[in-house]
Design a protein around this ligand. Structure first.
Ligand code: SF4
Ligand code: SF4
Length: 193
């Protein structure tokens, strides 16, 4: 296997679209640069199996978001109502998760990249948030995969990854619709109990 060393951050980011191409499948990337952002990208580029790389990017981006928000209480829940609800913009309990089958008393039971990076306008105005554009690793996904990441709420990690791996907008649209129907059916039955 050939080796390619990149020690120029600007060059690494600028040519990411090129370095992720199949002709680098037999190249090992190296760097002396430090920092999670660069190290994550190099690690991802060295995963040559398509599915494994997609999973790595997903889990690592989730981890970086978890690390960023660890110990912070941006939504300021009080008696089941988030800040947005406390200010009268929302009547329901459980904030953004109120319509999702993966909610539980102990929080989210799955790991959803879109949800982890989402905050409503109120919170984004008041607090510092981490957005997709701040996570360079995501740029290793194709444009279609990035589109799927922006708006994929109420999906389990497994469903999300399946959609990313298939990578077709048409499949994503059908699968999302199917998931939404399943979700609201579950919600309807759950609320009746
Ligand atoms: S992001 Fe906004 S709407 Fe969602 S739970 Fe937090 S405060 Fe509530
Ligand atoms: S998948 Fe998203 S909306 Fe559903 S419980 Fe988890 S964080 Fe909330």
């Amino acid at each position: 296997m050939k080796t390619k060393k990149i020690n120029d951050k600007y060059k690494l980011y600028k040519y990411l679209w090129w370095y992720k191409k199949p002709w680098y499948n037999w190249t090992k990337f190296e760097t002396d640069m430090q920092g999670n952002d660069v190290q994550d990208i190099i690690e991802a580029l060295n995963i040559k199996k398509y599915g494994k790389r997609i999973e790595f990017i997903y889990d690592r981006a989730c981890l970086r978001l978890d690390e960023f928000y660890k110990g912070k209480d941006l939504c300021k829940f009080c008696d089941g109502k988030c800040l947005f609800a406390q200010r009268g913009h929302l009547k329901d309990y459980n904030g953004c998760c109120r319509l999702c089958r993966y909610q539980s008393d102990k929080g989210c039971t799955t790991s959803n990249l879109t949800c982890k990076s989402y905050y409503c306008g109120l919170i984004r105005d008041l607090e510092e948030t981490l957005e997709f554009k701040d996570i360079s690793l995501i740029k290793l996904y194709s444009i279609r995969q990035r589109i799927m990441c922006f708006d994929n709420f109420y999906a389990s990690r497994e469903d999300f990854l399946l959609e990313l791996k298939i990578g077709l907008i048409i499949f994503y649209s059908f699968h999302t619709t199917y998931r939404m129907i399943k979700n609201f059916w579950w919600l309807k039955n759950h609320k009746q109990k």
